[in-house]
Write a protein that binds this ligand. Structure first.
Ligand SMILES: N=C(N)NCCC[C@H](NC(=O)[C@@H]1CCC/C1=C\[C@H](COP(=O)(O)O)NC(=O)[C@@H](N)Cc1ccccc1)C(N)=O
Length: 157
């Protein structure tokens, strides 16, 4: 929704977007004159997601240790079986992902009930990113494998 020649850039320092004009090399905090605000807001809304996850690591994980166990020696097959048992309880409404993640997740986000906060494309491992961006808000993923281990992901925003 930006006028031609303008692009959106991510300011690391202020953790917000700014607008950059490729030809004049000018950068501004507010959308330039002529911006279609509705389109810009729609674009920005689909650029980031909020999610919680439950991570079960195994001996082949890139870092086979966590706040709850060090070292982690279970096999990948066992990690998948453990995650399947959690998945069943979440799907039949017995427990929520957050409740289980708090005590069972091998990620430091366990301390935040599995909450990872908001993130954009390019931050998480590809399979994790792909799975999360494919979910609707409130949906639970199937089992997702990354170099960290095996995950269940719930998109929350
Ligand atoms: N918010 C961010 N940008 N933080 C950096 C994410 C780095 C990213 N991480 C992953 O893709 C996986 C999926 C989700 C968690 C995760 C891995 C690991 C656990 O696995 P391990 O690295 O021991 O192999 N947990 C983390 O990173 C935690 N900081 C996530 C977190 C914890 C508390 C609050 C916010 C985020 C990657 N590119 O490796």
């Amino acid at each position: 929704g930006l006028p031609s020649g303008w692009t959106i850039k991510k300011s690391r320092s202020r953790n917000r977007n700014y607008y950059f004009n490729e030809s004049t090399k000018e950068s501004v905090w507010e959308p330039p004159v002529g911006t279609n605000i509705q389109k810009l807001e729609a674009f920005e809304a689909q650029s980031k997601v909020k999610a919680s996850h439950l991570l079960i690591k195994h001996r082949d994980s890139r870092r086979p240790a966590s706040w709850r166990e060090d070292p982690i020696t279970r096999s990948k097959e066992d990690a998948i079986e453990i995650l399947k048992s959690h998945q069943k309880r979440i799907l039949n409404g017995e427990q929520t992902l957050s409740e289980i993640a708090s005590t069972e997740s091998d990620c430091s986000s366990a301390k935040r009930k599995g909450d990872l906060g908001w993130f954009e494309r390019g931050q998480m491992q590809p399979s994790f990113e792909q799975a999360t961006f494919a979910l609707k808000v409130g949906e639970l993923s199937d089992i997702v494998e990354t170099d960290s281990g095996v995950h269940l992901i719930e998109r929350t925003g």
